[in-house]
Design a protein around this ligand. Structure first.
Ligand SMILES: [Zn+2]
Ligand SMILES: [Zn+2]
Ligand SMILES: [Zn+2]
Length: 432
């Protein structure tokens, strides 16, 4: 085993890639080590795809190597924590802080329940479990920001596995024993049925109206594909589809699957401030009073309500987008502390205006979305008036106040084929 004595205080590490299993264990041990995790680690040769994300690339020539190490040491000196054991988030902050421009890339792994894993997050957390939950927390606190979209997938509603299979089932009894059958369409009476039912003494006779069918195209034709359930004998054109999870074995309709976007991530501006100062000190954190849910969950709920509205005409809901364009100016004029308490008091009042089933999420520092079930135009206008009144309460003696911009939507204005994402994109233009 590699012996990295604590006293020797190494500043970098070089591995030879002769034995991939050995390398895998060693680099994992360094990244999991509470004292050494941050070290630049270079490689001579090629690493496995699973280990490359934990390494800092090929060993550079001496002048560049010295430059790289100097840069890491300089940045390390400005990192906030110099003493004591770091939490996993602080370890990640330090790791990213020492590597400007580092991108946390997902790695495809078909054996993983979610098909993707983030090797560097697993190594720094010291566990493969709950990396996605941690990532969500980092995203919610805006310590990390999205670098790019790598994949979009559907996941099991119950266990988040992406290992799903889709089966056609009978829309009547939900059995899987469904078979395609040849069928005919009688022009005289409009009857559609299985071809077997039309066979009569070597010819075709409509079992409903008794007409003899001689010429295809003038007497009868073959309609779209039809199916017959072998369990309940139900005859149908379009079956239902059931999604089954290979991990937990539960079945669910495809529309209940959770949409999950797989992203690559990088340290955000806020994350960099956290690395140096230890607290973000940003006024937008005051919106946290609103108990935001993850964007994807918000989209999922919104899509669900859109489906409800299309099916049940008496279902209604509203969406309200809010943005706060003058916060940076307020900080300039009033200072950080006063702006923070002003935003805090506003969002606490906003929180009190919301009802339990109302959901909120945030898609940018100063862009908030509210999803309001059972709300019509009248209800939305009432809430809007109360929010405007609440914003007015932020007015200071010197005339400064929090400016709110709104994007309003009620479900009766839903456009054809509009999904949650399309709807939010349409409304967003009113907030910018
Ligand atoms: Zn059936
Ligand atoms: Zn007929
Ligand atoms: Zn499952």
């Amino acid at each position: 085993m590699l012996d990295l004595s604590r006293d020797a205080a190494p500043v970098a590490c070089v591995f030879e890639a002769n034995d991939h299993q050995w390398l895998h264990e060693q680099i994992g041990a360094v990244r999991r080590d509470p004292k050494l995790f941050w070290m630049p680690c270079f490689i001579l040769g090629d690493a496995d795809a699973r280990d490359a994300p934990l390494l800092d690339g090929d060993l550079p020539p001496p002048p560049e190597l010295k430059q790289a190490i100097d840069s890491v040491l300089t940045l390390s000196a400005s990192f906030k924590h110099q003493e004591g054991e770091l939490s996993r988030t602080d370890r990640l902050l330090k790791y990213l802080w020492l590597r400007p421009g580092f991108v946390i890339q997902p790695m495809h792994d078909w054996r993983h329940p979610r098909y993707y894993r983030y090797p560097i997050l697993e190594a720094l957390a010291g566990t493969e479990e709950d990396v996605f939950g941690w990532l969500q927390t980092l995203a919610n606190s805006r310590t990390l920001e999205i670098e790019g979209l790598v994949d979009r997938q559907r996941e099991c509603l119950f266990c988040h596995s992406a290992h799903l299979s889709f089966t056609d089932i009978c829309p009547n009894c939900r059995a899987i024993a469904v078979e395609k059958v040849a069928s005919l369409h009688c022009f005289t009476c409009g009857h559609v049925g299985e071809q077997d039912g039309f066979l009569s003494q070597g010819g075709l006779v409509c079992p409903k109206c008794g007409t003899r069918l001689r010429h295809i195209g003038s007497d009868y034709d073959r309609p779209l594909e039809h199916y017959r359930c072998r369990e309940c004998r139900h005859f149908f054109v379009e079956g239902d589809v059931s999604a089954r999870c290979a991990m937990c074995r539960k079945s669910m309709p495809p529309e209940d699957l959770i949409a999950h976007n797989i992203h690559s991530w990088r340290l955000s501006e806020r994350g960099r401030v956290l690395a140096v100062r230890g607290d973000a000190g940003d006024v937008f954190s005051a919106f946290g009073e609103l108990h935001f849910i993850a964007n994807e969950l918000f989209i999922h709920n919104l899509d669900w309500l859109i489906a409800q509205v299309q099916r049940y005409p008496d279902v209604q809901f509203a969406v309200l987008g809010l943005s706060f364009p003058n916060v940076p100016e307020l900080v300039d004029v009033m200072g950080h502390g006063r702006t923070l308490s002003l935003v805090e008091s506003f969002s606490a009042r906003l929180r009190d205006l919301l009802r339990t089933p109302d959901l909120s999420t945030r898609t940018a520092d100063n862009r908030i979305w509210l999803l309001l079930p059972h709300t019509d135009t009248h209800g939305l206008q009432g809430l809007l008036a109360r929010i405007k009144k609440s914003a007015l309460l932020t007015r200071q003696a010197d005339g400064q106040e929090l400016v709110c911009r709104f994007a309003e939507f009620v479900s009766t204005d839903l456009r054809e084929l509009e999904t949650a994402e399309l709807l939010l994109a349409r409304l967003r233009s009113e907030l910018d």
